[in-house]
Design a protein around this ligand. Structure first.
Ligand SMILES: [Zn+2]
Length: 125
């Protein structure tokens, strides 16, 4: 199984995470870590100190093969714009290694994988 990088993200962005994980159980795939790290940096630059205090990650997860992020912020629209960019970018980034990938459907199991990390049973798709 892929290693969860959630704690690294929390450690790297203590102000945005307030030193703890999102409200709902979350998971950060290693291949998507740089993308999320970059996104958190962008949000930190956007928000004032007071807005950062009130910012909250609700959940970070994968849904139907793409990154899905839920948050609460005073500047919902502006943050959502950055979040949507990251969610879209995740569709072509291998969850395992971060190299170029695409969404693969293996009998209902969706995941973004490069050729090297495509599960054996999904080959030929
Ligand atoms: Zn890969």
């Amino acid at each position: 199984m892929d290693e969860d990088k959630l704690q690294s993200l929390i450690d790297g962005h203590p102000q945005l995470f307030h030193g703890r994980g999102p409200e709902v159980e979350s998971y950060v795939y290693p291949g998507w870590y740089p993308l999320l790290d970059h996104l958190c940096g962008e949000i930190e630059r956007l928000l004032t100190q007071e807005e950062t205090k009130r910012f909250k990650w609700l959940q970070i997860k994968q849904k139907f093969g793409e990154l899905r992020l839920y948050f609460r912020s005073d500047r919902r629209d502006e943050v959502q714009k950055l979040v949507s960019q990251a969610e879209k970018a995740s569709q072509t980034i291998c969850q395992v290694c971060g190299s170029h990938g695409r969404i693969r459907d293996d009998k209902g199991y969706f995941a973004v994988r490069c050729d090297k990390h495509t599960p054996q049973r999904a080959k030929g798709y």
